[in-house]
Ligand binder design. Structure first.
Ligand code: NI
Length: 205
């Protein structure tokens, strides 16, 4: 091997080493950001701009520091929504007996998927049936649409057969968000209050 050949060989070897080092760094970087390495939170929930039962504008900032227990539905719902709200209210009452501070850290919210009929007044009348601290939120169709998107909630108008009225077909999930409005857990609306209370006790920070 001549001198220039040796230099070329050394350069090629050095080049290979650099490429190898870059590959290893890339793999390590990918592993560091992969879901397996760092448990990732589902991307559910975030900023919202709505109207409360007094007709006042509210955003998520209003509830900063509170763990939000949120259900999406509509007051004309014949069965599913009232059941979910009964379970939520019942669970909070049960939790209040065993862990009053934790129960107090929870703000229960009902966000309507039917802003046309669920006015602030209609919500106020409905919410008192379920829990004294339950707050109903509505808004313009655009505000509701944006909020549903942020929480990945599905809702669609369906005609009630034989009636002039409509119903809302909608996702029926109870969300638990932390004090920064970040997803903690979700629960089935069918869970009896006792079971929901036990899960809240487990999942609340
Ligand atoms: Ni419903």
């Amino acid at each position: 091997m001549g001198k220039s050949q040796k230099t070329a060989f050394a350069l090629a070897a050095a080049g290979l080493l650099v490429i190898l080092a870059l590959l290893v760094a890339d793999i390590m970087r990918r592993e560091a950001t992969s879901p397996a390495a760092a448990p990732s939170r589902p991307d559910i929930g975030g900023a919202f701009s709505l109207v409360d039962m007094n007709g006042q504008n509210v955003t998520q900032a209003q509830y900063a520091g509170k763990n939000l227990l949120i259900y999406f539905g509509f007051t004309y719902c014949p069965d599913v929504c009232p059941m979910a709200l009964m379970h939520m209210g019942g669970a909070l009452n049960i939790l209040a007996e065993s862990a009053p501070q934790r129960a107090a850290s929870v703000q229960p919210l009902f966000i309507t998927v039917d802003p046309e009929r669920d006015t602030p007044e209609a919500l106020a009348e409905y919410m008192i049936n379920f829990h004294p601290r339950l707050v109903g939120l509505t808004g313009s169709p655009e505000q509701i649409r944006d909020t549903l998107a942020v929480y990945r909630v599905y809702a669609s108008k369906v005609m009630d057969e034989g009636a002039s009225d409509y119903l809302m077909d909608h996702s029926s999930i109870i969300y638990l968000m932390d004090g920064e409005n970040r997803y903690l857990a979700h629960f089935d609306h069918n869970l009896p209050a006792q079971e929901l209370a036990a899960l809240l006790q487990q999942k609340l920070p």
